[in-house]
Design a protein around this ligand. Structure first.
Ligand code: XMP
Length: 482
């Protein structure tokens, strides 16, 4: 191919700003639309929203909130393996039919130790077990309220513990909790060893969040990011997470494929790979890797990305989604396609779905919520939350300080640091985005997300046209010019 041909053969790397959804004949009212979709081969969500693995976006609070509202959080990896595992455990411990990962204490521990444990795990009661692991008491925050810190657990615990066997039903457990006015019911085996814990809180929560995505044991679904080279992290997380997501800017790379191949062999969680941006990359993921459960697509579109500025390399999320989704369809595969980066509103989500996305991943949108770990700051009377790219100087510095497995393979920063407007709780954002997405589906005439794939048609917008699409010829509050 001559050099000049490269212009002729250049693809149109369209972005969210370049397209509109065409309204179609519809029999669907927005309230009829169903927005459930697949996050990976084995995990179905009730809303197609996933939060980015970034340390200003997703830790346990975000994951818990999103899973309760039908979505999914992907824990960031900008920390040690132990810290990421601890965060995943906190998500899994937030709710359960029967908590299996029960934290117990010894009668000889001090009240002081106990308070530290409560603070660390954010839980308020522990079964007390002896050296044979048999239950001898239970201690909750009520027992500690006025206790001297140097007292021993045996001095303050309740010794007559009400327990139940493995075969208890949830209804029976509820009755016992009610009857005895207690909050926690330890489950024990024939030798009195604690094998689980049923709590009043979990029973109540089950009714409070009907849209929640839970595993077979009633625990919230959780996903976590790993570097494709970090097999140890993937193995350590495998016990606690449902999905492992590789987290690298350009996954279509021999070393990344080799690393992910090892992870895929070693873990039982679903593995989502990415990021990728082309049909060929998706094709290679489907044919050269075994058991991939999803594709994370989009390179350079993120609101904090400078990849395409610094390197001129990129595959905008909308373009990348259509490429990957075509490969998935051509190969008759069931993997999910997660459109990642550049999404600002429900309309962007609707067009991502129109070109084959199963779900969307958002950093900026969720960074502004109260559940994100970023700092809240006031600037000129308005509230903002800190948000920075994982390739930014701030994130890189933190990673190399905390994670001995990280590989500083690049010498340039590919992200920026800044603030996003504070926008309330995750539940508000989910409600707003579900409303907007359902309205878009009503315009298209799509009842479900697979209907969006089939029915949605796009129109291209010119640069002049986009001025007309946005509010114009009015003075908006806060703007300086008409
Ligand atoms: P939004 O637009 O939702 O994008 O803020 C979030 C996605 O951006 C990616 N990401 C980065 N990309 N440099 C990049 O080029 C970075 O520093 C960076 N940090 C995050 C990531 O895919 C995320 O989900």
């Amino acid at each position: 191919m001559g050099f000049r041909e490269k212009f002729k053969n250049a693809d149109h790397a369209l972005t969210f700003n370049d397209v509109l959804l065409l309204p179609g004949w519809t029999t669907v009212e927005p309230s009829d639309a169903v927005v459930g979709s697949r996050a990976s081969k084995n995990v179905e969500l009730n809303v197609p929203f996933i939060s980015s693995p970034m340390d200003t976006v997703t830790e346990s609070e975000m994951s818990i909130a999103l899973a309760r509202h039908g979505g999914l959080g992907v824990l960031h990896r900008n920390c040690s393996v132990e810290q990421e595992v601890e965060i995943a455990r906190a998500v899994k411990r937030a709710e359960a039919l029967i908590i299996r990962d029960v934290i117990t204490v010894r009668p000889g521990s001090t009240v002081d130790d106990l308070l530290a444990l409560m603070d660390r795990h954010k839980i308020h009661g522990f079964p007390v077990v002896n050296e044979n692991d048999s239950i001898v008491g239970i201690v909750t925050w009520r027992d500690l309220r006025l206790a001297d810190r140097s007292l021993k657990v045996r001095d303050v615990m309740t010794k007559e513990v009400i327990t139940a066997g493995e075969n208890i039903t949830l209804e029976e457990a509820k009755e016992i909790l009610h009857e005895h006015r207690i909050e926690k019911l330890p489950i024990v085996d024939g030798k009195g060893r604690v094998t689980g814990l049923i709590t009043m809180k979990d029973i109540t929560l089950k009714g409070t969040y009907p849209e929640a995505i839970r595993d077979e044991e009633g625990r919230l679904i959780c996903a976590a990011a790993v570097s494709p080279f970090d097999i140890e992290r993937a193995k350590a997380l495998d016990e606690y997470v449902d999905i492992i997501v590789t987290d690298v800017a350009h996954f279509h790379n021999r070393n990344c494929f080799e690393g992910a191949g090892r992870i895929l062999k070693e873990v039982s969680a679903d593995v989502v790979v990415g990021n990728i941006g082309t049909y060929e990359a998706a094709e290679d993921c489907l044919t050269k890797l075994e058991d991939v459960a999803g594709l994370r697509v989009g390179i350079g579109s993120g609101s904090i990305c400078t990849t395409s500025v610094v390197t001129k390399a990129g595959a905008p999320t909308l373009y990348a989604t259509s490429q990957a989704a075509d490969a998935v369809r051509d190969y008759g595969s069931e993997v999910s396609v997660i459109a990642d980066g550049g999404i600002r509103n429900p309309g962007d989500i609707a067009v991502a779905l129109a070109v084959g996305a199963s779900c969307t991943m958002m950093g900026n949108v969720f960074a502004g919520t109260s559940e994100s770990p970023g700092r809240l700051v006031a600037i000129e009377g308005r509230y903002y939350k800190e948000y920075y790219g994982m390739g930014s100087a701030a994130a890189r510095q933190k990673r190399f300080a905390q994670d001995r497995y990280s590989r500083p393979s690049k010498t340039v920063n590919e992200g920026v640091e800044g603030w996003v407007p504070y926008r309330g709780s995750v539940s508000d954002i989910v409600a707003e985005f579900v409303g907007g997405l359902k309205a878009a589906m009503g315009y298209v005439g799509a009842r479900t997300i697979p209907d969006m794939w089939e029915r949605a048609r796009l129109a291209l917008v010119t640069e002049r046209g986009s001025e007309e699409i946005n509010p114009h010829d009015v003075i908006l509050p806060g703007s300086k010019r008409p």
